[in-house]
Design a protein around this ligand. Structure first.
Ligand SMILES: Nc1ncnc2c1ncn2[C@@H]1O[C@H](COP(=O)(O)OP(=O)(O)OP(=O)(O)O)[C@@H](O)[C@H]1O
Ligand SMILES: [Mg+2]
Length: 343
């Protein structure tokens, strides 16, 4: 079968992986367009790593099919392996070697001549902000530096498809930003990236499309805008002057916003309310007609609060965050274990 140059980078249908009693991946259908970052978002145990391992030919599916650039992950496994690279808990860098030594060694293993391997290593260390650490042993790297050298090692040969399995878990905000910049560079060079994450803001920052998975199933899929729109037209965030007025404010908002769900924030003066699209139905993906309705509703609600002498110090109306999307889809925040009550 020829590789349709405009076909998707990844296409799966009904993908299944079972471990004993656990259906870790339970009928996953995905279409990942070429040249983009595709986010697979889900909490612990959702089936992200298992899915990635099947797509990277490290695990054999128990059901369904998956094609990478048209190649079947089971029947054309060798072809698939030549197209993909994986960064995750499988990093192959050696702790006792320096950054340069690691990349040169791996480059040599990939068949680069010594001089070419050194040039490529230096290039990547520079591009990933590791030039100053090039001569240090990797065991002395910080978590962020370690993650960056892992990604550098996985793109020594520019892969057509790169899997990044939770590339920023456990990193501080600055290191996360550096990894995000690297992902943007990799994609700009033409590589398709499938990124798994538990962080909604990470998917929001990087991915053009997102699949939300939970218990081995895709529970939502679309562009960021579509996912957000599916939850409602917008979110109103309020901060009151007086925490004692919060209960009264909630009651007023629920009435003024026609049955909107009002959430109490940990901060005793803060409130969040989801605003519907004005006709009581779910907002339609792509249709932004709800925007003006949301603003008008929010303005009316503010007027009600003012009439009741409730002082609002701070107000904003925005699209719902991906966190709110996850909450709406699963009734629990992303990252919370199924059995735990939402905090
Ligand atoms: N080798 C295995 N043997 C048995 N069960 C497994 C195995 N690998 C994964 N599982 C189970 O399959 C389910 C999905 O696991 P997976 O590692 O794919 O989740 P994940 O979304 O990557 O989670 P995390 O965010 O914690 O990395 C979990 O219930 C897990 O315990
Ligand atoms: Mg995982």
């Amino acid at each position: 079968m020829t590789n349709d140059p405009s076909g998707p980078a990844i296409e799966t249908s009904g993908l299944v992986k079972v471990f004993g009693e656990t259906r870790a991946v339970d009928g996953v259908d995905l279409v990942v367009p070429r040249g983009t970052v595709y986010g697979v978002l889900g909490p612990n145990g959702a089936g992200k790593t298992t899915t990635v391992k099947m797509l990277a030919t490290l695990l054999r599916p128990d059901g369904g099919e998956a094609r990478i650039f048209g190649k079947d992950v089971v029947h054309d496994a060798n072809d698939v392996r030549s197209l993909v690279s994986l960064t995750g808990q499988y990093a192959s860098v050696d702790e006792d070697l320096t950054g340069t030594e690691n990349l040169v060694l791996l480059g040599r293993l990939l068949g680069h001549r010594p001089a070419a391997a050194r040039v490529r290593a230096a290039q990547l260390l520079e591009a990933f902000g590791l030039a100053d650490a090039a001569a240090k042993q990797v065991k002395n790297y910080s978590g962020g530096m370690r993650r960056r050298i892992d990604i550098a090692a996985s793109i020594l040969n520019t892969p057509d498809l790169l899997f990044l399995d939770e590339p920023t878990t456990g990193l501080d905000p600055r290191s996360r930003n550096q990894v995000w910049d690297i992902v943007r560079v990799v994609v700009a060079q033409g590589t398709t990236v499938l990124l798994t994450t538990q962080y909604l803001d990470e998917a929001d920052q990087l991915a053009s499309r997102i699949a939300v998975i939970d218990h081995g199933k895709v529970i939502a899929e679309g562009t960021k805008g579509e996912l957000k729109a599916s939850v409602g037209a917008g979110s109103v965030h309020l901060r009151l002057r007086d925490a004692a007025q919060r209960a009264e404010a909630v009651a007023l908002l629920e009435t003024a916003l026609a049955g909107a769900q009002v959430q109490l924030e940990p901060d005793p003066v803060a409130l969040t309310a989801r605003v519907g699209d004005g006709d009581g139905g779910t907002a339609h993906a792509g249709g932004h007609g709800g925007g003006r309705g949301a603003a008008a509703q929010a303005a009316a609600a503010l007027a009600e609060l003012a009439r009741a002498d409730i002082t609002v110090d701070n107000f904003s109306l925005g699209q719902p965050s991906l966190d709110e999307v996850f909450l709406a889809l699963t009734d629990r925040p992303a990252g919370a274990e199924t059995q735990e009550a939402a905090a």
